[in-house]
Design a protein around this ligand. Structure first.
Ligand code: NAP
Ligand code: 3JN
Length: 346
C-alpha cells in the first residue's frame, strides 16, 4: 500500500483553508488523517469535509505532533509563530502567507515553473501570492523559448483574495446598490482607517503602501516573480486593483522577450504548457473571464497580441481561480511534487 500522511490545515475555517480541504479530497491526496486547526475562537466547532465531521482544534505548537504535512493559511503572524514549531515536530510546512517567501533559505515554488527549488528545502516551502502564480505560469513557457526582459502587469483581483469577510462585504453592498448607503468596514485594508465601497467601484489599493508608492501586493508580485523565475534583474512593475468580482483574478500583462516570437509560436508554446488553457478566438468572442474560471484548475490565457510598436512585445490576458491555482491547488501540487520526488518520509 502506498504511504499515507497525517495532514494539518491551519486556518481551516477560512476562504483558503476550506478550499485546501475540498481539494485534498477531490485529488485523492494520500492522507490517513486530517487535522483542522484555527484560532481559539473556533476550537470545538465542527466542520464537515466530504461528509465526514471534524472537530476544529486550536493551532498550538503541540497540535503538530505526528503531522507530516501542514498547510498554513492563517496569515503571516500565525505562520511566523507556528511554522517552525511544526517543522521542529517533523512536519513539512507549505505556507500560503508571505512570511517566508523572500527568505533565501525557503523555496518559493510553482510546480510548473521551478520544481527544482524543492530539492533544497529546510522544512518550509512557500506558496507564492495568487497573482504571481498565475502570471509566472504563463510567462515561463515564453521565457524558456525566447528569454524575458520586461513585464508590466495590471491586475483585476477578486474580493475572495481578501478573505471571507470581504466576500460578505461585496455581497451586502451589491444588494444595497442604489437603495441605501454602503457602510464599508473591510476593503481595501481592514486595519487601515479608510474603507471604500467595492460594489460598483474599483479599489487601486491592495494591501498597504510602501515608501516607494507601490503597495505591498505589488511589491510581492515584483519580488516573487524574480525569485521564482531566477531572474533577479528582470524589469518588472505591477499595479494591483480590487474589482467587484467574488472569485477569479484577471491580469493584463505586457512583456518583452529577448528574441522575437511569432503569434503562432506564442500560441503553440502556451497551448503545450502544463496547467495552461489558451482561450483566444476573438472572432467568436472567446477569451478568459473570471466568472467562468471559478472552481476550475487551469490558468486561462487569451487576448494574445503582438505589440504594434515593439517587435519583442506581447500582450496577454491571464485569468485563474485565485483560491485554487492561486492558493489551495498550488499548495497541494507542491506537496504532491514532494511526494513524487521522494522528499517527505513518514
Ligand atoms: P480568512 O477567510 O479571513 O481566514 C482566516 C483563517 O485564519 C481562519 O481560519 C481563522 O480562524 C484563521 N486564524 C486567524 N487567526 C488565527 C490564529 N491566531 N491562530 C490560528 N488560526 C487563525 O482568510 P483567507 O482568505 O483564508 O486567507 C488566510 C491567509 O492565507 C491570508 O492571511 C494570507 O496570508 C494567505 N492567503 C494567501 C493567498 C495567496 O495568494 N496564496 C491568497 C489568499 C490568502 P478563525 O475562523 O478561528 O478566526
Ligand atoms: O488580495 C489578494 O487578492 C491576495 C491576497 C493575499 C494575501 C492576503 C493577506 C495577507 C496575502 C498573500 O498571500 O500575499 C497575505 C500575506 O502577505 O501573507
Amino acid at each position: 500500500m502506498s504511504e499515507r500522511y497525517v495532514v494539518a490545515i491551519v486556518g481551516a475555517t477560512g476562504a483558503v483553508g476550506q478550499k485546501i480541504a475540498e481539494k485534498l479530497v477531490e485529488r485523492n491526496f494520500p492522507y490517513s488523517h486530517l487535522k483542522l486547526l484555527a484560532s481559539k475562537r473556533s476550537a470545538g466547532q465542527q466542520l464537515d469535509i466530504n461528509g465526514q465531521s471534524y472537530v476544529i482544534e486550536e493551532a498550538t505548537p503541540e497540535a503538530f505532533e505526528g503531522v507530516n504535512f501542514a498547510f498554513f493559511s492563517a496569515g503571516g503572524d500565525v505562520s511566523r509563530q507556528l511554522a517552525k514549531e511544526a517543522v521542529a515536530r517533523g512536519a513539512v510546512v507549505i505556507d500560503n502567507t508571505s512570511a517566508f517567501r523572500m527568505d533565501p533559505e525557503t523555496p518559493l515554488v510553482v510546480p510548473e515553473v521551478n520544481p527544482q527549488a524543492l530539492q533544497n528545502h529546510k522544512g518550509i516551502i512557500a506558496n507564492p501570492n495568487c497573482s504571481t502564480i498565475q502570471m509566472v505560469c504563463a510567462l515561463e513557457p515564453l521565457r524558456q523559448q525566447a528569454g524575458l526582459k520586461k513585464v508590466i502587469v495590471s491586475t483585476y483581483q477578486a474580493v475572495s483574495g481578501s478573505g471571507a469577510a470581504a466576500i460578505e462585504e461585496l455581497k451586502k453592498e451589491s444588494h444595497q446598490l442604489g437603495i441605501e448607503q454602503p457602510n464599508p468596514q473591510v476593503l481595501p485594508v481592514k486595519s487601515q482607517p479608510k474603507h471604500y465601497p467595492i460594489a460598483g467601484n474599483l479599489l487601486p489599493q491592495i494591501d498597504v503602501f510602501e515608501d516607494n508608492g507601490f503597495t505591498f501586493e505589488e511589491m510581492k508580485m515584483m519580488n516573487e516573480t524574480k525569485k521564482i523565475m531566477e531572474l533577479p534583474s528582470l524589469a518588472i512593475a505591477a499595479t494591483c486593483v480590487r474589482v467587484p468580482v467574488v472569485t477569479g483574478h484577471s491580469e493584463s500583462v505586457y512583456l518583452e522577450t529577448e528574441t522575437e516570437l511569432s503569434y503562432e509560436e506564442i500560441i503553440q508554446l502556451l497551448s503545450q504548457a502544463d496547467g495552461i488553457v489558451v482561450q483566444d478566438d476573438p472572432a467568436n468572442q472567446h477569451y478568459p473571464m473570471p466568472l467562468y474560471a471559478e472552481n476550475t484548475d487551469p490558468v486561462f490565457v487569451g487576448r494574445i497580441r503582438k505589440d504594434p510598436n515593439e517587435k519583442t512585445g506581447i500582450h496577454l490576458w491571464i485569468v485563474a481561480d485565485n483560491l485554487l491555482k492561486g492558493a489551495a491547488l498550488n499548495s497541494i501540487q507542491i506537496a504532491e511534487k514532494m511526494i513524487e520526488l521522494n522528499g517527505v518520509s513518514k
